[in-house]
Design a binder for this molecule. Structure first.
Ligand SMILES: [Zn+2]
Length: 322
C-alpha cells in the first residue's frame, strides 16, 4: 500500500557527530558534515487518512524501525539515479499538544535523511530548502487491517462495512497493524488545494463501482475531493444518463402523440387541446395504461367489422353455426 503525509518540519541546520557517524555507516566513502545535506520528514502518523485507514501506535513503532536505511526517491520510478536520499535515523514522536481526529495525542514517525551534496542532487536540495516538496508518499505492507465498527479483519470476509461511511454516527475506518515491510519512500508534488487542508477524499471500495461512488458521495460529510479516475467515471456515467434521459424523453413524446391520436379516433368529441393536456398531466406509467386502454377500445370497436369481413370469405361459415 501507499500512503501520503504532509510535512511542515523545519530543516536541520547542523549535523551532530553522532548523526555523522550513523550517516557514514551507509556511505562507501567517509563524508564530512560539509559534504552532507540533511532534512527530516514525517513518514506516517496515527491520523485517519484519505483512504480511511490509520496506523496504530504499535504499528508506527514497528514502521519506525523498518524505515531505517530505506532510500527516498524524488519521484516513484525505477531509475536508480533517482535514489538520492537515505533515511539514517527514525524516531517515534508523540505530540501531546496536538490531537488527532479521534482525540488521541498525535503520534508520528519522524525520519532523518541525508543526501551527499553532489551536482545531481543540487535541484532536489534546492526544492526541499524552498519547501516545495512537502508531502511524502510511503510504501509498506501490513498483515492486519481491522474494521473500526465490527472489529473484523478486512481479509476475513466477515466485515461488510464500507470505509468512510458512518454507522450510527460512528465512522468506519481500518486500523493497520503488524507492518511486515517498508519500502522506499518518495516526495510527491502536492496539489495546491491539498495544501490548504480543507479537502477530504474518500476511500471508494472500487473506484469504478458507480453505486459505491454514489453512496459514498451521498454519505459524505464536508468537502469532497475526487481522483482523476473517479471524476472520469462520474463524467462517463452522467453522459450515459443524459443519453438515457434523451431516449426517455423521445419515448414519452411518441407515447403522448399516439395517445392523442387514439383519443381522436375513440372520442371525436374531445378536442385535441383537451386530450393533449390530459396526456401531459399524467405520469408515464398512467399514460401507458391509458394508451393501452384506448387501443383495446379501438380494437373492440373494429372487431365486429373484422368478423363480418371474415364471414364473407369463409365458405363453410362454421363460425356462426349453432
Ligand atoms: Zn466491519
Amino acid at each position: 500500500m501507499n500512503k501520503s503525509y504532509q510535512n511542515n518540519l523545519p530543516l536541520q541546520e547542523s549535523i551532530s557527530d553522532e548523526d555523522l557517524k550513523l550517516i557514514n555507516g551507509y556511505s562507501q566513502k567517509e563524508l564530512t558534515a560539509d559534504e552532507i545535506f540533511t532534512f527530516s520528514v514525517i513518514l506516517c502518523d496515527n491520523e485517519i487518512d484519505r483512504d480511511f485507514e490509520r496506523f496504530t501506535t504499535e504499528s508506527l513503532k514497528t514502521l519506525a524501525e523498518l524505515f531505517v536505511g530505506r532510500t527516498a526517491i524524488k519521484n516513484h520510478s525505477c531509475n536508480s539515479d533517482d535514489q538520492s536520499a537515505r533515511t539514517y535515523k527514525t524516531e517515534l514522536v508523540t505530540d501531546e499538544k496536538k490531537k488527532n481526529s479521534l482525540g488521541e495525542p498525535y503520534v508520528y514517525v519522524k525520519a532523518y535523511c541525508y543526501m551527499p551534496r553532489l551536482e545531481k542532487n543540487a535541484d532536489f536540495i534546492k526544492e526541499i530548502q524552498a519547501g516545495i516538496k512537502k508531502e511524502v508518499s510511503i510504501g509498506c505492507s501490513v498483515k492486519s487491517s481491522v474494521c473500526s465498527i465490527c472489529g473484523n479483519d478486512s481479509k476475513s470476509g466477515a466485515c461488510h462495512h464500507k470505509k468512510g461511511r458512518s454507522y450510527k454516527g460512528k465512522l468506519c475506518y481500518f486500523e493497520l497493524s503488524e507492518p511486515c515491510d517498508a519500502y522506499e519512500w518518495s516526495f510527491v508534488a502536492v496539489p495546491a488545494q491539498r495544501n490548504a487542508g480543507v479537502t477530504k477524499s474518500f476511500g471508494f471500495v472500487k473506484e469504478t463501482d458507480m453505486n459505491d461512488i454514489i453512496n459514498t458521495l451521498k454519505n459524505a460529510e464536508g468537502d469532497v475531493a475526487l481522483t482523476e479516475k473517479q471524476a472520469r467515471e462520474i463524467g462517463g456515467y452522467i453522459d450515459s444518463l443524459t443519453e438515457k434521459a434523451r431516449d426517455g424523453e423521445e419515448y414519452r413524446r411518441q407515447l403522448e402523440s399516439e395517445t392523442v391520436r387514439l383519443f381522436a379516433l375513440n372520442m371525436p368529441a374531445l378536442s385535441n387541446v383537451s386530450s393533449e393536456s390530459i396526456c401531459k398531466s399524467l405520469c408515464t406509467e398512467e399514460l401507458k395504461q391509458l394508451n393501452v386502454a384506448l387501443k383495446e377500445k379501438k380494437q373492440s370497436a373494429e372487431a365486429p367489422q373484422l368478423y363480418r369481413e371474415k364471414s364473407k370469405n369463409t365458405d363453410s361459415n362454421t363460425q356462426f353455426r349453432f
